[in-house]
Design a protein. Structure first.
Lengths: 415, 304
């Protein structure tokens, strides 16, 4: 009898112990950044120290598989409590399906965020905010400072100066531009970096989004045409050159320029700490013009509307909207954090990017035309591949994009 | 039915059941689910009202779906024709040579078959490296003094699909080779000896005796080629990506289906209704073509 009682008591004690552990809330947190796991782990440690009752469990998925895995998990009723979500059209899929919690109340910090990054976290259907924006990205030209010094070149202001620099690099036997065209999205990035200064940046963006003009606008056709002038300076057989080839050519100092996004800098620096690089905004048509850069919100942190731990999830989101996260983005990830009021002085690179953002224009297709199929990005990527390979001209690129978007875009239908 | 028959039937069911359960749960249910899903309108990830065959009509009649679909189907056709002509002819040749016990046939048999065992993803990735502008193949051509033949094998619209097909043939040619070898080895020796004594040459024996007797093997290989060509996905995914680039030149209905149903980072929102409809079309095409082949080839079979 006594033995039985002892067993009973110990079982009871175990149960109590287990329930004490169970009271600790676990937040599942998903990202598409396997590269950044360590940085997030440090943030999680900071957060957990301040919030002893909450455990944050991080899972990083491969970026290209992320949407599929996330939508399967969410539509299956499971899924993480807090997750990285894409901006603009990518946000819309989950927000309109009711898988995201709107965050105005839960995360009061959002009031202080800048309008531009918030645009990527706001549904165009109901105007509610469904995410805490984490970073903005800027598209521009990276250049190798050592090569510039060696050849006596200076940062180009106009398009002609840029072409002259490229010619000088080519004469010196180096690769002028690292970019290729095997993956369409790298060509879209190239367009985003180079073309705004030729199509008239925000004037054209606002007009085309409003349907006051369309993609067959001569300004847009001429801007696309400029990209072809770069092909003599791109790698041999550039249509077969993939993104990773481009990166390694620039990292290994074989190429003098890399036309890309602000998201590359951290990787470049990590892969080759000796690489001496800087960035400049794409050149302009004539002296005195403003140098515009394309800018877009990279993504957000969102809350699963089906989460069982919404209070704890909100705490974690408020932390992600705070200065600790902002600092980690700037110092460790070399990303332009969307958190307002973070000191950027420790990173000259981030300060430089912010100074380039003075003249910014939305990244055309991502911000304006990724809400329906076929997206502007799909159309321009395929068309640019045909164009850069020499299959057809810039007018045909414009026609294909216009025709594809006009199948669903209301402002184009009225015209 | 006697109780003995009943017991036998029960025993058979017992053995069939696990396999049947597996087939039903992972093949039949998803198949009918996608048929079901394809008959509805979708708002993002949520199923809406029943719309009959509208999604199918869209694939065949509305831009941009129509262009994308027929472009992709055209590439599947290229896969089929090129695989039939090159891979299966090579397979037949290899099988025949191996059956003639050419010197070193044991070695060749293994060498030809080894790539079949490789993971398709690893093959795609490695050949992706070899086919780069600065990769092994172009390097070899330049070394041989034929630098003018160097190409962006996976980046040039006109040849990208054929580059991927060539890699797949390299990987898979061992399979038809072995099937044909086994079939030719099964041709009764007395037939062949009789033909020899009558004075028939090698070529004549091959065309008049061996070929008619291995029609069942040819049928099997043809059907597998049809199924393989219509379902090709991993090769394209690993070598030119989900978008079937450049400029959709390597797109196949498999990649089109995946992109449409699940969305990709760039192609934007998933369209589950249309994606499911493409899935059903793939199934109907595969099934129909296989049945048709079976019917036409079956009539060419000869009994000894």
């Amino acid at each position: 009898m006594r033995f039985k009682r002892a067993v009973l008591l110990s079982v009871l004690a175990l149960l109590m112990l287990a329930s004490a552990f169970a009271q600790k809330t676990t937040i599942n947190f998903w990202t598409w950044r396997p590269e950044d796991v360590e940085v997030y782990n440090r943030l999680i440690t900071t957060f957990e120290t301040a919030n002893p009752g909450i455990d944050v469990v991080q899972t990083a998925h491969k970026s290209t598989d992320y949407n599929t895995i996330l939508s399967a998990a969410l539509s299956g009723g499971s899924g993480p409590d807090v997750f990285q979500s894409r901006a603009y059209g990518g946000l819309e899929t989950f927000a309109q399906s009711g898988y995201m919690e709107s965050l105005e109340k839960a995360v009061p910090e959002l009031k202080n965020f800048d309008k531009a990054p918030l645009r990527g976290a706001t549904s165009i259907k109901d105007g509610k905010i469904y995410g805490v924006p984490f970073a903005s990205q800027t598209l521009f030209v990276y250049y190798n400072k050592a090569i510039y010094k060696q050849l006596g070149l200076s940062v180009p202001d106009t398009w002609d100066q840029f072409l002259a620099n490229l010619e000088a690099v080519k004469k010196a036997g180096l690769q002028p531009i690292a970019n290729g065209g095997k993956e369409g999205w790298t060509l879209e990035v190239m367009m985003g970096a180079i073309c705004p200064n030729f199509y008239g940046a925000n004037d054209f963006f606002n007009a085309v989004v409003a349907g006051k003009t369309n993609f067959q606008d001569p300004r847009f056709v001429a801007a696309i045409g400029k990209l072809k002038e770069l092909t003599p300076y791109m790698p041999d057989l550039y249509m077969g050159v993939a993104y990773t080839d481009m990166q390694s050519a620039f990292i290994n100092e074989q190429a003098a320029h890399f036309i890309g996004g602000s998201f590359e800098a951290g990787y470049f620096a990590a892969q080759n700490p000796k690489l001496d690089f800087d960035v400049f905004a794409a050149p302009v048509a004539k002296k005195g013009d403003s140098h515009y850069v394309s800018v877009y919100a990279d993504g957000n942190f969102s809350m699963n509307s089906g989460s069982k731990n919404k209070d704890a999830a909100a705490k974690w989101l408020r932390f992600l909207a705070g200065k600790d996260t902002g600092n980690a983005f700037i110092k460790e990830l070399k990303q332009v954090s969307a958190v307002p009021g973070v000191d950027t002085s420790p990173s000259p690179y981030i300060s430089k990017v912010l100074s380039l953002q003075k003249f910014n224009t939305p990244y055309l297709m991502l911000v304006g035309f990724r809400y329906n199929q076929p997206t502007g990005s799909v159309l321009i990527q395929a068309a640019l591949q045909g164009f850069m390979a020499g299959k057809f001209d810039a007018a045909e690129v414009a026609r294909q994009v216009q025709e594809g978007i006009a199948t669903y875009y209301e402002p184009f239908k009225k015209k | 039915m006697s109780s003995k028959d009943l017991r036998k039937g029960l025993w058979i069911s017992l053995f069939v059941l696990p396999g049947l359960a597996l087939v039903v749960s992972v093949i039949l249910v998803p198949l009918f689910m996608s048929l079901f899903n394809s008959l509805f309108a979708w708002k993002q990830l949520l199923r809406q009202e029943y719309i009959g065959f509208d999604n199918f009509a869209k694939i065949f009649g509305t831009e941009p779906y129509r262009t994308r679909f027929f472009n992709a189907l055209g590439n599947n056709l290229r896969w089929f024709v090129a695989t039939m002509l090159v891979q299966n002819t090579l397979g037949l040749l290899f099988g025949y040579l191996l059956s003639r016990r050419i010197p070193g046939h044991g070695f060749f048999k293994r060498v030809i078959f080894i790539p079949v065992l490789f993971s398709i993803v690893a093959v795609g990735f490695l050949w992706g490296l070899y086919l780069k502008p600065t990769g092994l193949l172009n390097g070899f051509l330049r070394l041989m003094g034929h630098g003018e033949l160097a190409r962006a094998w996976l980046g040039q619209e006109s040849i990208a699909t054929f580059s991927i097909i060539a890699v797949n043939i390299w990987r898979w040619v061992g399979f038809p080779s072995l099937v044909f070898l086994a079939a030719i080895d099964n041709v009764p020796v007395d037939c062949l000896e009789a033909a020899h004594i009558e004075g028939a040459g090698e070529g004549r024996i091959f065309v008049r005796i061996i070929l008619p007797l291995i029609v069942p093997a040819i049928t099997v290989i043809t059907i597998l080629t049809i199924i393989g060509s219509l379902n090709v996905f991993e090769q394209i995914y690993t070598m030119t990506g989900l978008d079937g680039g450049p400029n959709f030149s390597t797109d196949a209905i498999g990649t089109l289906f995946y992109r449409t149903a699940f969305g990709s980072v760039d192609s934007g929102n998933p369209e589950i209704g249309i994606g499911s409809a493409i899935g059903v079309v793939i199934y109907v095409l595969t099934f129909g073509a296989s049945i048709l082949t079976l019917a036409t080839m079956g009539s060419k079979e000869v009994e000894l």
